[in-house]
Ligand binder design. Structure first.
Ligand SMILES: Nc1ncnc2c1ncn2[C@@H]1O[C@H](COP(=O)(O)OP(=O)(O)OP(=O)(O)O)[C@@H](O)[C@H]1O
Length: 318
């Protein structure tokens, strides 16, 4: 196994996907991707987030060597991707949006065709049907499958080569909540039991927040955030506030500032930047001991979705 010795502090771990200064333009002068640096550690479930048109699919096509970046390079499994590095791709399973399936054939036949093309033993076909929970439906025509079953069959095709890396472009697109939960559980299992590294793109944080260990946020071709899911939650906490209202707000402001609670006058109430949960009782005693009557004291937590949107909106998206 190849280990990276990067100067970046978080990079002591092995990276399965790494892009360096990747840019890409469909037309001259307009870049769909601008200096994208993905870093996806081994064993991660990496949520690749961004609104429609952000460039997620374009990035994924570059990762899969279907498009050539106009600038920068891609490392997969620690090896530089070049025009001829096809052996790297046998370790990758991918599903780009809705899988292209032969509707008039059975699920089993669809798998057999791919297995045949990719030189994969037939025994693997029954294995992957089992993994995605379609064992009893292998003989059914795909046109009779539900959307969820088709997505699972697509996943089964991606799993045929026993990949070390799964790249999934919006795999829950169009699925109902039950279907989304099923795919989520399947991916968690693959990561936990088989150590598969997973890149999953989505435009909805809520859809993948229960799944991911790492997050990258792309907007208008630029990476706005990349880090562990925990890092994102820390940012969320930093955006939370405590709303306060008392009978003497001017005095309250002075008292709070003197005691290092960053406070400002909000639209309706005083707003203190949330630092930690002990702050609530500290502020309460401070105000009560000073003889103020507290009318309101409420922790307003920013949601992850709001955090995601505020990160995206920083670049001035309309
Ligand atoms: N073949 C193409 N020719 C020209 N422009 C393209 C082409 N494919 C994509 N684009 C443009 O590149 C940008 C990024 O598109 P991309 O499909 O990568 O975004 P995305 O984040 O995957 O969005 P979605 O969630 O809608 O799939 C968009 O502005 C899109 O209009």
């Amino acid at each position: 196994m190849h280990h990276h010795l990067n100067t970046d502090m978080q990079n002591t771990e092995e990276l399965i996907i790494e892009t360096s200064h990747v840019s890409f333009g469909f037309s001259k002068g307009q870049n769909a991707l601008n200096d994208v640096n993905l870093q996806i550690p081994k064993g991660a479930i990496y949520g690749f987030l961004g609104p429609n048109g952000a460039g997620k699919t374009t990035t994924i096509r570059i990762l899969l060597n279907l498009l050539k970046p106009s600038n920068g390079y891609v490392n997969l499994f620690g090896k530089r991707v070049t025009g001829t590095s096809n052996n790297l791709f046998s370790r990758i399973g991918s599903l780009i949006e809705t899988p292209s399936l032969y509707e008039h054939l059975t699920g089993l036949d669809n798998l057999l065709i791919t297995a045949n093309i990719r030189n994969i033993p037939k025994s693997r076909v029954t294995e992957v049907l089992e993994i995605v929970g379609l064992s009893s439906y292998g003989g059914m025509h795909v046109k009779k499958y539900s959307l969820g079953m088709k997505q699972r069959l697509g996943l089964a095709i991606a799993l045929l080569p026993s990949p070390d890396l799964l790249i999934l472009d919006e795999p829950t697109n169009g699925l109902d909540p039950t279907g989304i939960i099923e795919i989520r559980e399947l991916l968690l299992l693959l990561c936990k039991e088989r150590g598969v590294t997973i890149l999953i793109s989505s435009h909805l944080l809520a859809e993948i927040e229960k799944l991911v260990s790492h997050v990258g946020i792309l907007n208008q071709g630029k990476m706005l955030f990349q880090g562990s899911f925990k890092n994102l939650q820390q940012i969320r906490e930093e955006k939370s506030i405590i709303e306060i209202d008392t009978d003497q707000n001017d005095r309250a402001i002075n008292l709070l500032l003197e005691n290092n609670h960053p406070v400002s006058q909000g639209k309706e109430f005083l707003e203190v930047k949330f630092l930690n949960i002990c702050q609530l009782s500290a502020i309460t005693s401070l105000l009560v001991i000073a003889g103020l009557a507290i009318y309101r004291m409420q922790l307003i937590e920013s949601s992850l979705e709001q955090t995601f949107l505020s990160i995206i909106n920083k670049t001035g998206q309309p």
